[in-house]
Ligand binder design. Sequence first.
Ligand code: C2E
Ligand code: MG
Ligand code: MG
Length: 695
Amino acid sequence: MINRIVRWADRQTLSTRLKWVSLATIASVTLAYTLLLIAIQVGFLTSSLLAQSQAQASVVSENLAAALVFEDHDGAAAILTALRVVPEVESATAYDMKQAAFAHFARTPGAPEAFLATPERPDYLLDWQAIRVFQPVWVEQQRVGTVVLRSSLASVYAKLGLNLALTVPLMLLAMAAAWAILSRLQIFVTAPINALSKVSQEISLRGDYSLRTRVSPSPDIGALATAFNGMLDRIEQRERDLEAEIGERKRIEARLDRLAHFDPVTKLHNRHFFNERLQTAISTAQQTRHSAVLMFVDLDNFKAVNDTLGHDIGDELLCLVARRLAIELRSDDVISRIGGDEFAILLENASDPEVGPRIAKKCLAALGEPISINGNEIHIGASIGMSMFPDHGTDIHALLKYADMAMYQAKTSGKNAYRIFTPSMQDEAKKRFTIDNNLRRALERDEFLLLYQPQIDPCSGEIVSVEALIRWHHPEAGMINPLDFIPIAEETGIIVPIGEWVLRQACHDLKCWQAQGYELGIAVNLSGRQLRDESFVGSVLAVLQETGIGPQSVELELTESMLMDAAPVIMERLHALRAQGIALAIDDFGTGYSSMSYLKNLPVGTLKIDRSFVSGLPDHAEDAAIVRAIIALAGSLQMEVVAEGIETLEQGQFLQTLGCKKFQGYFYGKPQSASQIGQLLAQRTRPSSAGLVQA
Ligand code: C2E
Ligand code: MG
Ligand code: MG
């Protein structure tokens, strides 16, 4: 029961509990007070009944004395019966000294009680029903009998009942009034607490920590409200701090996301994003059975621009390139910068096989136009490789690899072109990979050898110089031509030690010929990668010193593209070599579409006319015009000219009439081993050159 009450109370509001507690207190106090009153009243009524009974018993005992002495039963009975008028008296009995009932009166008929009184007994007996009063009957101080008067307590109970009948409704009324008053007054206690609770509820509902509760002047509730508000202050502050921290974290996350997906230079997406998009595009295309085109765009001359004009211009150039490419694309095509000077383009829903080539041509045309930055007119150009889904591959790695292979092909095929992936490119890539692996071991295994091609003085027919041309004697593949491995060696950087080996070997062979009394020079081809190596000049001089060759005997052949792209530091290296007495020549001159103006600032002494112009001589008018122009240009710049690729007597004669002073070509000698050159030198004159000399 108590448990039930406790459980019920637990579910009630504070104000209900307060009211019930107060009511219970009032009720118990009222009840205790009423009970006390009842007890007092019972005592008072009983004692007044006792006094009244004793007085009546005393009167009756005096009247009975004579009747007892004279044994007048009727008289005694009449006296006792007179008590009938007293409603409380239930019975009255007179006993003689033998304790026998002498006379008896009873309101309700019945035999008298046995005599109870003894001297030791009290003069009255009280129980729940009645009071018995024992009154001795005296005659001249001699006891002649006893009167026992029995008065009922019914009248006492009746009065009590009446009192209670009046008190209980009054009490209930008082309780009801108390409930009503409590209902009103409890607000004074519960209002501040309710206000607190309301604020807490609102806060938990709206999450608004700026709300505050009113502080009551009451010291304890006021202290509670103040503490509550203080707690809210701290929560609000923490909330603000947290919000600031979350805001900061979100900003950082957004930045990281940007960094993870965007290229800060061009503001395009980056490789990471592109790969994700490509993956999604492939999944979608697989479901919708659409095609997609992946393009790799690699800028052709970016490195040169970066080295010559600086990184700021390089960055600016990348932005402009990005913009030009983006203009050529539809809004739903994806373009990203995936590397230093590499862009990737994704064309989705490209079911028409012409879409890829068309866009590639447009991109090439856009990048073919010169770009002007800070007064510099930059010719950038690009090589584009393309792979298609699902024709070439169905996974992202294969498509990326194939587009890269196609791009490599475009690059090696002379740049500023696009190529679509073909399976044969994979074989070439494999070959390249094998070559690269093998190149690394070729040096250690001594698989390289040098052939020398004579350079002839047309007047004397003597060999004035030889050009060192490398060959790779591969144990399985046999003799490999330089054009098949030099570009790969350049890419991987292994050309640097190979180039050093070539120079050392060439100097070593030259030293042998010089030791035999022949005065000739040597021409050695260089690659751009060697020039970019900062220890290059030092290593050339070290080889010369090591082999005992004078710098005047050495000519290094550079290409136009190496010189056009040359950064200031490379120019410094060339000047340093020239200052040491080493001659520099421009190989394959005329093929580099370069402006002539750069020539005058170069420390170059020789132009080697490319054999593509020589092959058309003497009949091809344009070739003749070009060769003539090159010879005239060299003359005006005080440079020497070497004609290479001379295969016929007519070509040689024609070039001689134009004033060319050095000839090289199959007609005068193919590239051959050092010992064969030794034999040629020993002969001093060769049949093929003899004819020319005579002519
Ligand atoms: P290059 O420096 O222009 O060399 C001339 C190339 O033309 C040689 O091819 C030579 O064999 C060939 N040639 C010479 N005369 C004639 C001719 O009358 N007719 C025809 N059809 N061809 C002729 P090779 O030896 O295959 O070398 C190709 C290129 O490889 C060279 O062109 C050079 O750029 C590069 N190279 C060769 N050796 C080295 C080297 O040691 N280092 C570097 N970096 N490049 C080298
Ligand atoms: Mg050469
Ligand atoms: Mg050449």
